[in-house]
Design a protein around this ligand. Sequence first.
Ligand code: DGL
Length: 273
Amino acid sequence: MMSRSPRILVFDSGLGGLTVFREIVRARPDATFLYVADDAAFPYGAWREPDLVARLIDQIGTLIAAHGPDCVVMACNTASTLALPALRARFATPFVGTVPAIKPAAERSQSRLFSVLATPGTVARDYTRDLVRSYAGDCDVTLVGSARLAGMAEAQMHGEPASDAEIGAEIAPCFASVTDADGTVRRTDVITLSCTHYPLLLPRLQALAPWPVTWIDPAPAIARRVVQLLGPGPAHSLAGEATALFSAGPPGPEVVRALAGFGVDCDSKASAR
Ligand code: DGL
């Protein structure tokens, strides 16, 4: 455990990682945070796997060299389910990843019918399919790869919310039902938010759901993992700084305001590269 306050790099393709950041900052308010959005490459969900691994190694390598974080939080399922082994092999800095909460979903589902709402990249990964095989063998699991929902979350943060019909169409495939041989009808009762952008839309997802379900946001579990790694921090301390950088260059005023709502300053002149 370290005696000074840690420097934590939180990385995502866009603003979704803020849903992870807000839990980590609650757990280690004394830490200094750098939030990096690789928005020049958004959405990661559409990238070819080898190209995305190469981009992540390049981006993370540059950030580690420039900022020397004590820990990198990969606040992106699409990147974590693909590139964590390659990143860990390449860099000595510890990584905390974000991966679909399939074990918790299987533990919580009463109907044994749950859905994984993620990007097309995440649902296609061997990593995700292995989690389903290992932890949810007795469940019917619907993997839903939405090509548009992360962009809708991003647009909402830019002050351009999608319509109810647009969001409703993206989540509709998550809601399944089966009729058993004895006539019992079972419906999806748990949905894992397996893209860090989706909790940004949670109140709208809840309002548009055709029936109530438990939505699992993995961010509190990720914050607990960070505390395991770096220690709990002092009981009383001043809040550390939190700054954001964007690979596409400084963001507009809507995003700067949204970041301020999360307690993050935006370096209006710098970009992540
Ligand atoms: N926030 C990212 C995730 O958790 C996905 C968004 C994207 O496709 O870039 O998967």
